[in-house]
Design a protein around this ligand. Structure first.
Ligand code: ADE
Length: 390
């Protein structure tokens, strides 16, 4: 009987090494992470950094969030972070900043993000002042679209604020850091303006009360504060004294400026309801007349394949995977995988070393095999370099 094996997927897992390459004729060095060449720092905090980078294969601009690996491991949050990053990799919404891939070295995790070259939306307000109602509504509609879509996939932001609202070159809103809410706060805080304990101006009263909360209504509150700021040019809740600020947020004590239309005031009042149970929901916002004016539904790009192999490689607790880069005599270890469907419930996975040290590859293979011993059946190796797992 002849077996027709159908190729299901093929991917390459690369273990990136950061290397500095001296540029000819210039004293500066250029740092590389896998196929990315790092450039300027876009944002920096005490635990994480975002850098501009270029994909050397495609010439495309990206942003890379660099996180200290130990800090994540120390917080025992690997599973939660892995789950959210995996979900985010699968989310392709025009108003949500894409996560392209995740890489790791011995000490760092690199999250490769879409680069939004229009900068932060709030820089626009800082430079030119408050927005006209129609323009503010346009951004608010995009924000609600992004938030609604992520909520439908079980991802909550929990920390929506101006620094997370970026613009692309067409002026389209891109919400960043969705899915990173599982990260410890110190790790997430990466912008230049952020402090380890940033002011809670955008945070819902029930989150401040710390009594357990629903991610959906907490995000809706933050969207309401953002809408207010877009139209007013200042915050609804702003006090130098934190205790006074908390009290004002708990009571939703704020005043509207004279230029707000009555229909916008009605909507904002329903969003900034201190009681999360009676607060307006996203389906209700979508039906609101003020919200609906000039609404354009999001335009989705055609789907392309997304692999989660990189997220698995980074977050599965395998010593070899994360150490493979530095020790290899022939540079970083790189493994290509191909999955063939032999029969509906029988798949053959072929692993092939495409770069790096053979001994290191075998150590990696042995480690992988023992980790999977309960679910795989191992065949004889065809040769030194191409063990197969079936
Ligand atoms: N600053 C932080 N993240 C960014 C991104 N993805 N694009 C542009 N600037 C950023």
């Amino acid at each position: 009987m002849q077996t027709q094996a159908r190729r299901m997927s093929s991917t390459a897992i690369t273990f990136p090494s950061s290397s500095s390459i001296a540029a000819v004729g210039t004293p500066a060095t250029r740092t590389r992470v896998g196929k990315y060449e790092l450039g300027n720092t876009l944002g920096e905090g005490s635990f994480a950094k975002v850098k501009y980078a270029t994909n050397l294969d495609s010439g495309e601009s990206v942003a890379i969030k660099i996180i200290d690996r130990d800090r994540i491991l120390r917080h025992k949050m690997v599973e939660g972070i892995k789950r959210e990053i995996s979900t985010m990799k699968l989310i392709k919404h025009p108003n949500v900043l894409r996560i392209f891939e995740v890489l790791a070295s011995k000490t760092k995790i690199y999250i490769v993000l879409e680069y939004a070259n229009g900068g932060e939306l709030f820089d626009k307000i800082a430079r030119h002042g408050r927005l006209k109602e129609d323009e503010a509504r346009g951004y608010f509609q995009q924000l609600i679209n992004a938030v609604d879509y992520c909520h439908s996939r079980g991802v909550y932001h929990r920390d929506l604020k101006p620094e997370n609202l970026l613009l692309d070159s067409f002026g389209i809103l891109k919400v960043s850091d969705f899915g990173l809410s599982a990260l410890p706060k110190q790790v997430r805080e990466d912008g230049l303006l952020h402090t380890a304990c940033g002011t809670p101006n955008y945070v819902a009263p029930e989150v401040l009360a710390d009594k357990g909360y629903n991610g959906t209504s907490a995000d809706v509150w933050s969207c309401g504060v953002i809408l207010f700021v877009l139209m007013a040019g200042y915050l609804p809740f702003d006090e130098p004294n934190l205790t006074v600020l908390y009290r004002r947020i708990q009571k939703a004590s704020f005043a509207f400026p004279s230029w707000f239309s009555s229909s916008s005031k009605k909507l904002i009042k329903r969003i900034l309801d201190p009681n999360p149970v009676t607060r307006i929901t996203i389906p209700e916002i979508l039906k609101n007349d003020w919200f609906k004016k000039g609404y354009k539904p999001p335009h989705f790009q055609p789907d392309e394949d997304v692999t989660l192999d990189d997220v698995d490689a980074v977050f599965n607790d395998s010593e070899i995977k994360l150490q493979g880069d530095q020790t290899g005599r022939k540079g970083r270890l790189s493994v290509a995988t191909e999955v063939f469907e032999v029969a509906p419930s029988l798949h053959m996975v072929q692993l092939r070393k495409t770069g790096g040290d053979t001994l290191e590859f075998h150590k990696f293979y042995k480690n992988l095999n023992s980790g999977l011993k309960d679910i795989v059946w191992t065949t004889e190796q065809s040769n030194n370099e191409e063990p197969k797992v079936a």
